[in-house]
Design a protein around this ligand. Structure first.
Ligand SMILES: Nc1nc2c(ncn2[C@@H]2O[C@H](COP(=O)(O)OP(=O)(O)OP(=O)(O)O)[C@@H](O)[C@H]2O)c(=O)[nH]1
Length: 242
């Protein structure tokens, strides 16, 4: 199998240090992957802004960072949108370096195909296997998403194909329409966040939580006491004026 960058321009955004805002929150790192214009950018933006925006520049690897709330948890979420201009062929080359770095970095994955594009569906298995190779821990959550569910007249991939593939790979599957149904998009991301979060709890990885203590506000009582103390000792030690 080969994953190839057709444009030769496959740059992923630099991965920043986690940003913490003086509160405890879990860092969740997700990657959204898929081959072709399957709607990855549209999905991410829909989840983060609720809006469906029709047209995007071809994506070369954008990283989105947001604080989101999922079931009472405050999550510091980073989502890596990976370029769709990858083609799955007989062996892996070029793309592997940057793609692998992204795969290694992420803790949860959305593998997206379009129901109107059979080749995007065919690329899911090799992508899935690539992830599993780099994350031998089979608990790493991967969700398979069949997007553009509203374009029924152009359907090339049957719902059953998606279900079958997901069953075979042992993955969760959902068919959605990013353009028509915000709730489904939200469910997909929230489910993935919860799964990653669960994994953190299971492995007790405290390093993933960022706790920066609030700066202490000065204790005025204490300051006044010290000030008085200092003042009285000064008065006591000062030479008599009389
Ligand atoms: N009808 C319909 N169109 C969609 C849906 N989701 C995305 N699109 C359209 O599909 C096209 C591709 O969407 P993008 O989000 O740019 O796809 P992408 O996977 O990020 O593609 P790359 O930028 O190449 O990585 C755009 O014209 C979107 O408006 C959907 O659910 N229904």
């Amino acid at each position: 199998m080969r994953l190839r960058n057709m444009s030769g321009n496959f740059l992923l955004a630099p991965i920043p240090e986690s940003s913490s805002d003086y509160v405890l929150h879990k860092d969740i790192k997700l990657a959204v992957m898929g081959s072709g214009n399957v709607g990855k950018s549209a999905m991410i933006v829909r989840f983060l802004t609720k809006r469906f925006i029709g047209d995007y520049e071809p994506n070369t690897g954008k990283l989105y960072s947001r604080i989101v709330h999922v079931e009472g948890d405050q999550l510091s979420l980073q989502i890596q949108d990976t370029p769709g201009c990858i083609q799955v062929q007989d062996d892996f080359v070029q793309v592997l370096d940057s793609l692998s770095r992204c795969v290694q970095w992420a803790e949860g994955f959305l593998l997206v195909y379009s129901i109107t594009d059979y080749s995007s569906y065919q690329s899911i298995r090799p992508l899935y296997q690539h992830i599993r190779r780099l994350h031998p821990n089979s608990k790493t959550p991967i969700i398979i998403v069949g997007n553009k569910g509203d374009l029924l007249h152009a359907r090339q991939v049957q719902t059953n194909d998606g279900i079958q593939l997901a069953n075979e790979l042992g993955s969760v599957f959902l068919e959605i329409s990013t353009s028509e149904n915000y709730e489904d998009v939200c469910d997909v991301f929230q489910h993935l966040c919860k799964e990653v979060s669960k994994l953190h709890s299971l492995s007790g990885e405290k390093r993933r939580s960022s706790l920066i203590p609030r700066p202490k506000s000065p204790n005025m009582q204490d300051l006044k006491r010290r000030f008085k103390q200092a003042l009285s000792s000064k008065v006591k030690s000062s030479p008599s004026m009389g």
